[in-house]
Design a binder for this molecule. Structure first.
Ligand code: ASP
Length: 585
């Protein structure tokens, strides 16, 4: 028997008991005549004591050899501690060691394995198994497990069946590049790793599974913007004989269940906002609605007044920053420089102080009088004491810029509180989006998304205006998940592929199996997928997903611990019918 108890459970109730403990030595304090060691495992820390008077001399010698992260087993008696540690559940007791077995020695770890560590991110990733011994990392993995269990419990209770789908498949278009796997047995041919199980879950609906879910890895080869992972986990779901309303309701219930169980937070019915409104009011399709600062469009009141910059702009739009009227000239200049940074990209910023006494002072006083600025205040819902910040230019760009400013100001003002949760549904996404590079329309969600009933004819006349039965769940400014009602008849699906620029042969080669299936009685169906990593991070009050993944990749898609990706040897290349042509770095 390696242990009778864990290192997290002994208290004064156990005093005088004989126990066996195993774990890692976190720290040793050697006073010569007395040695203390902290013994750690997943459950906590228990203090061991060796003392000249009560411990045999040989064991005293062994204890002196103990180093950080040695794996040991001890047998001993639980005794009361002289100086208690109220911050530790086991802080009232210690173990007077009677037998010490060193199970494994350890090299001095490259960083301190304690809650506060001296190890930088890179070092900790290289030795991730050591990092996982630390509470901050370990607790996040346990937290993730709890969330995943709640998801499984909820969906299973609702009648969902978890079905595994294959990883070695063909391309599923979700808007990223595929990771491909060469086939040894079929020379020159490749599998693609799923960007999502999209087509398979739809086939499960044709197969009559009715309510499917899977906590599943998805693989997307995309340029890694901050905090993305090339492999990530989805809670992937699909249902048959449902409309959009049914889906929103059930996954709203799931989210509410998680907030209740994990965070002890009750949330009322989630607001629903159209995609168009989200862009108009917040400048993006994943608005953080924990705070106001809604956009006020000013074209009507700010154009045609001699101020050329505004007159020439497609959109003039502002937000009211609470309390900003008191900013000094220097502070405002700094803010203007902030919006001009290349990451934000504004050409400049016009501002108007709405002073506490009701007067206005703006950077464009030459063109706008008190009455004009009053109208700006109305449109941006500014209060006395606020600073109205106004940007202008092409609509999509200006919206993105002002949205960045809104989030930045909220961050600075402490309005993005980690323990506050404001979920909402964004609905009525456009079916298509224009791609500048290829100069054509692409499916905004994916090509299996159904246009809203009756909108198909619009495809011919005004494609950008076609809306889809597609929706996203947004939580605190993050897209948690999204999905859609699917096309379920062959003719519409074929039409959609055609519209998206697939030739009939291409569509057949890539998705023939799905269109075939649609000929054998496909039920109306729809679904969605939540990003588990992000969901867990947000419920855990953090914004980075990396800590909640046991073995994450870095920003260049590398696993620095196992050093992957890596070259493979000649023999393996040959078996796979591959030749590597080195291109210039
Ligand atoms: N497959 C989609 C995605 O991964 C979600 C869905 O439509 O269910 O984004």
């Amino acid at each position: 028997m390696y242990r009778s108890h864990t290192n997290g459970e002994l208290t004064s109730e156990h005093i005088n008991q004989e126990v066996i403990l195993s774990g890692w030595v976190q720290k040793v304090r050697d006073k010569g005549f007395m040695i203390w060691a902290d013994l750690r495992d997943r459950y906590g820390i228990t203090q061991l004591i060796f003392d000249e008077e009560r411990t045999p001399a040989v064991m005293m010698e062994d204890a002196k050899k103990l180093g950080r992260e040695f794996v040991v087993q001890v047998k001993g008696t639980v005794i009361e501690r002289e100086s208690k540690n109220p911050n530790l559940p086991t802080g009232d007791i210690e173990i007077l060691v009677k037998e010490l077995t060193i199970l494994n020695e350890a090299k001095t770890p490259p960083f301190t394995i304690e809650d506060e560590t001296d190890g930088g991110e890179d070092l900790r990733m290289k030795y991730r198994y050591l990092d996982i011994r630390r509470n901050p990392v370990k607790n996040k993995l346990i937290f993730r497990h709890k969330v995943a269990m709640e998801v499984r419990n909820f969906l299973s209770t609702e009648g969902f069946i978890e079905v595994e789908t294959p990883y070695l498949i063909k391309s599923t278009p979700e808007g990223a590049r595929d990771f491909v796997v060469p086939s040894r047995m079929n020379g020159g041919q490749f599998y693609a790793l799923p960007q999502s199980p999209q087509t398979f879950k739809q086939l499960l609906m044709v197969g009559g599974m009715d309510k499917y879910f899977q906590i599943v890895k998805c693989f997307r080869d995309e340029d890694l913007r901050a905090d993305r992972q090339p492999e990530f986990t989805q809670i992937d779901c699909e249902m048959a004989f449902v409309d959009q309303e049914d889906i929103l309701n059930i996954f709203e219930d799931l989210t509410r269940h998680l907030l209740q169980k994990i965070n002890n937070v009750s949330v009322d019915k989630f607001p629903r906002m159209t995609y168009d409104d989200a862009l108009r009011l917040y400048g993006n399709d994943k608005p953080d609605i924990r705070f106001g600062m809604e956009f006020g469009e000013l074209n009507e009141v700010a154009q045609h007044k001699d101020f050329k910059v505004f007159n020439d702009a497609e959109l003039v739009v502002g937000i009211a920053v609470p309390g900003g009227a008191s900013y000094s000239r220097k502070e405002i200049d700094k803010l203007i420089n902030w919006v001009k940074r290349p990451q934000v990209g504004a050409l400049g910023m016009v501002y108007a102080k709405y002073n506490e006494d009701g007067s206005f002072k703006s950077s464009v006083d030459k063109f706008y009088g008190e009455e004009d600025l009053k109208q700006w205040a109305e449109k941006t819902k500014a209060q006395p004491g606020d600073l109205i910040c106004v940007l202008s230019g092409d609509t999509p760009k200006v919206r993105a810029q002002l949205s960045a400013l809104r989030m930045e100001m909220a961050e600075r003002l402490g309005l993005r509180k980690a323990d506050e949760f404001a979920p909402l549904w964004v609905v009525d996404f456009p079916l298509l989006e224009w791609d500048e590079e290829t100069e054509r329309y692409h499916a905004m969600h994916h090509p299996f998304t159904s246009p809203k009933p009756g909108q198909i004819p619009l495809l011919a006349t005004n494609p950008a205006a076609v809306k889809a039965n597609a929706y996203d769940l947004v939580l605190n400014g993050n897209e948690i998940g999204g999905g859609s009602i699917r096309i379920h008849d062959k003719a519409t699906q074929a039409q959609m592929f055609d519209y998206l620029g697939f030739t009939e042969e291409e569509a057949k080669a890539q998705f023939g199996f799905l269109m075939d299936a649609f000929q054998y009685g496909a039920p109306p169906h729809g679904g969605l997928a939540f990003g588990l990593d992000r969901l867990v991070a947000i419920l855990g009050g953090q914004e980075t997903i990396r800590d909640f993944i046991a073995f994450p990749k870095n920003n260049s898609g590398r696993d620095v611990m196992i050093d992957a990706p890596a070259p493979i040897d000649e023999q393996q290349l040959k078996e796979l019918h591959l030749n590597v042509v080195k291109t210039k770095e």
